[in-house]
Design a protein around this ligand. Sequence first.
Ligand code: COA
Length: 451
Amino acid sequence: MLLCSEKTPAWAGPRGLLQKRSRADSLNAGLSQHTACLRPCPFGRDGHAVSIPLRLSPHTFFDMADQESVTELTTDKASIKARGLEGVIALESELSSIDGDKGQLIYRGYDIHDLADHASFEEVVYLLRHGELPAQSELDDFSSHLRSERALPAPILNLLRETPADAHPMAVLRTAVSALALYDEEADTMEEAANHRKADRILAQIPTIIAAFDRLRKDKEPVAPLDHGSMAHNFLYMLNGEKPGAAAEDTFDVCLVLHADHGLNASTFTSRVIGSTLSDMYSAVSGSVGALKGRLHGGANQEVMRMLLDIDAKGADPTSYIRDRLDADERVMGFGHRVYNTMDPRAAILRTMVKELSEEAGDMKWYEYTTKIHETMTEETGIDPNVDFFSGPTYYQLGLDPDLFTTIFALSRTAGWTAHLLEQWADNRLIRPRAQYVGARDRTVTPIAER
Ligand code: COA
């Protein structure tokens, strides 16, 4: 069991490498090669601390030569400083895994390409939650329960009616998810079965919130959810007031599959941190919606579309547009990733979707713009596109407004957030890292009249 991944840089300290190296070496001298136990860790199944085999040699888990990453080390505790927590393994999970070098994403052992081709979103939610793909009868029961939870409590609809029409849909979703707790008698019940029911409820109601708010802000009445059909079908129906075509439903369903989980990303970590305090599922999911809203995370897909629309409106050449951005030291949204060192496998699937949707529409411009931008970024920076680069134009071609894009991401990722919460609570330990204090010390208070 490792505390840090191999990529994790390491031990060094504010007070000098040599000092750290000798402290680490002397520690190692007294510890067996494989079982150096430095601190209790959260993985003890019965609630007891277990050992982390953490070796303090430059040849093992940590690179002693990287002074920047290290803080302090004592004989009974180790502290690792990794800016942005890069490379730190904070917990164990059986839900999903990313191989950043191969560009591979798996959910519970299944490759994302396989799932996108052969499983519906509901099957994937079941898989994440229960560890196995459902048999037909299990899927029928699960889907039927999700459908039964689609309607919103009346006060939530009233809240949406009172919400300013120009509010960002992610801010509305964050608020509405939090408010849902007020109308759920089980909100604070922490039994596993109640938490599964809440996970279903939140997942089923989020599409209704998004669609209802979108219609209300356009002076249209919300459309009541269907008591049949998939989540993809029902969402597009509630949004547009008419049943979607099979192709649109399928495309949307695959988008949901692709976004359902993604390791310990920022919003999932948020859920697990909140859950680890034994706060409730609504608190955790509303916190995750807040984390996803940021443009370095889920908010990037809206920014990508804004950029494509800007290129289109100005009649700009996409290549020069991107070069100008890079020359101005600006980030190009939809590119780069903390974990992938190659193309995000979800982006590869979505790129094909952008192409197919453009062909169907008989207008290749969005595909051409994205292709040129991709080529330019490869030439100029070598940075690969991530999922948001192609999901933006996919959703746009499905007729969604750009400021709804991140809510779709949230809809899907709720599957992951809630599955992670259930996993966290099955073997909980408070997630509580430390900050390295770099502020002043030894000051005394000057009376206010003398300041
Ligand atoms: N455009 C231009 N340069 C980028 C870039 C982008 N999208 N993403 C990363 N870089 C550059 C940074 O400027 C930095 O260069 P520097 O070392 O010369 O300063 C380097 O690549 C490393 O970036 P850093 O921010 O340290 O990586 P990170 O792991 O902390 O960030 C992201 C990961 C996703 C936040 C980052 O790639 C980004 O901001 N992307 C755009 C937002 C986005 O698409 N988010 C969705 C992620 S799924």
